[in-house]
Design a protein around this ligand. Structure first.
Ligand code: PHE
Length: 341
């Protein structure tokens, strides 16, 4: 084999080796073996001294050509491998930035809670304090102190769930009127949102568990005009529009005089539907001036102080607000319902 053939043989051997190299390390090994200082091609050039000048020239040119060719192939193969590796990395680390984040879905507040918080903000801005009371109440706070003695027919309308020890699940938020006055005394402007219970025949507009928001203002010389002012402010803030209301006399032993403030049904616009029991009106705001007996039970002198009170049906209000025609949806725990808020 002459020198030229030896060089050509080495060239094709390295080209074949390079084709098989599938990692950057393997490519580097080929480079060292072929072009390194102690590599095969350098070995050849060491013997060039023994050659006649003419042959040395052609062999040198051939060797350089082969070296350049191999260098170019090495680079190309490296670039090839790097781009394959990059493609693989891009594929494996691919991220859909528009996909929902992993983990639990963000929740939302219950529609009743949303309405409650809105009304709380409104009344706080009007100088009212937000109070809380127990859901398990004594007979005294739920009935007696509100001027509803044991033999009073008003108790029949608020049948509830009794505990063995004589306590009961409160039927309204009104007990907090008495608790609030006992604790803070007059003058007092308070609201008390919360859960209440009744032993009800359940239907689209009656539930055994629902929410009310009690309100009371006790000061000197409070009149029905004050009451109407606050109720109007409340309703226009809640509905963000003018609602049609009517005031009827209403009887509650703890107010005198007592009123029933109705709003025209927003679901059917007064035409009649299951929520308004086909009447076109929804009872929303029973209210009145605080009965002096209640003040006395709360340790407040009715000669010095008087006030107004109202009991807003929070659940019913949320139904009006969002156009919900079945009260049972609120405590159904049905996520298809809840996710809409
Ligand atoms: N507590 C009464 C009810 O639940 C509502 C009410 C509150 C009426 C305050 C008048 C004044 O039916």
């Amino acid at each position: 084999m002459d020198l030229d053939q030896t060089i050509s043989a080495l060239h094709s051997a390295f080209v074949a080796q390079l084709d098989r190299a599938s990692t950057l390390e393997a490519i580097e090994a080929v480079r060292v073996e072929a072009l390194g200082r102690k590599g095969k091609l350098s070995e050849i050039s060491k013997n060039f001294g023994k050659l006649p000048p003419e042959e040395r020239k052609t062999a040198g040119a051939r060797l350089n050509q082969v070296k350049q060719d191999l260098e170019a192939r090495l680079e190309a193969r490296k670039a090839d491998l790097q781009s394959t590796a990059l493609d693989a990395q891009l594929e494996s680390e691919w991220l859909d930035l528009t996909a929902p984040a992993p983990g639990p879905r963000p929740g939302s507040l219950h529609p009743v809670t949303q309405v409650q918080r809105e009304i709380e903000d409104l009344f706080v801005s009007l100088g009212f304090t937000v109070l809380d009371g127990p859901e398990v109440e004594t007979e005294f706070y739920n009935f007696d102190a509100l001027n509803i003695p044991a033999d009073h027919p008003a108790r029949d309308m608020q049948d509830t769930f009794w505990l063995k020890d004589g306590r009961l699940l409160r039927t309204h938020t009104s007990p907090v009127q008495v608790r609030g006055l006992e604790k803070l005394g007059p003058p007092l402007k308070m609201i008390a949102p919360g859960r209440v219970f009744r032993n009800e025949e359940v239907d689209p507009s009656h539930e055994h568990t629902f929410y009310q928001l009690e309100g009371m203002m006790v000061d000197r010389d409070v009149s029905v005009a004050h009451l109407i002012y606050f109720m109007k402010t409340l309703l226009s803030a809640v509905f963000h529009r003018d609602v049609t209301v009517r005031l009827r006399p209403g009887f509650f032993p703890f107010v005198e005089p007592g009123f029933e403030l109705d709003i025209q049904c927003i679901i059917c616009a007064g035409k009649g539907c299951p929520v308004c029991k086909q009447s076109g009106w929804v009872e929303l705001l029973p209210c009145g001036l605080v009965n002096p007996a209640v003040l006395r039970y709360s340790g407040v002198d009715p000669e010095q102080w008087n006030g107004f009170a109202f009991g807003l049906g929070l659940t019913r209000l949320a139904m009006m607000r969002y156009g919900i025609d079945d009260i049972r949806l609120f405590s159904s725990g049905d996520l298809r319902f809840l996710r809409q808020f």
